[in-house]
Design a protein around this ligand. Structure first.
Ligand SMILES: [Zn+2]
Length: 170
């Protein structure tokens, strides 16, 4: 299922919702479609709509408290731009800096993208023990980063300029 990015009335990225939820928000006049998937249509009740990629809420929603981005393996790969933290080549796996067997957590600061080879080589050791220093320290993405992480990374370049500007710093 494609996720739809939800913008506040102020154009600030808020969250992502399922396509179904996005369509309901538009049908209820709570949001407008800002950007649609070209050529795709969705049938809802008696109307046919473009498939929304980005919708914007009609009324401004106050966000009192910004949560940390939820951790996910996919999110780590996207945060690290699919680059191995140990050798810089293309990464397809997620490595726990402190191995889980040693109490290492599933968290942004304890996980990095890794190529399968290095993940296997590092095995059940810390970077120090394995003699494999990290090329870049892991970081916790901001909520705005996370909104974009939840879109497919490859689609980011298609976003309008004002959104592309919110991309996480490299
Ligand atoms: Zn590697």
């Amino acid at each position: 299922m494609r996720d739809t990015l939800v913008l506040n009335a102020s154009f600030e990225p808020l969250s992502t919702v399922t396509l179904n939820r996005a369509v309901v928000l538009v049908l209820q006049d709570k949001a407008v479609v800002e950007q649609a998937h070209p050529g795709l249509r969705v049938r809802a009740a008696t109307v046919v709509l473009p498939v929304p990629r980005v919708i914007r809420l009609c009324r401004y929603v106050r966000v009192p408290f910004r949560r940390q981005a939820p951790w996910s393996r996919r999110g780590v790969l996207i945060r690290d731009q699919h680059r191995c933290a140990y050798c810089g080549r293309r990464a397809t796996t997620v490595d726990h800096v402190v191995p889980r067997s040693r109490g290492g957590a599933d968290s942004w600061l304890n996980t990095v993208a890794s190529c399968a080879e290095d993940n296997h080589r590092k095995a059940d050791r810390t970077p120090e023990q394995a003699g494999m220093p990290l090329l870049k320290e892991p970081f916790v993405p901001s909520p705005a980063d996370a909104m974009l992480l939840s879109l497919r990374a490859g689609e980011r370049t298609e976003l309008p300029g004002w959104l592309a500007a919110v991309q996480p710093a490299a």
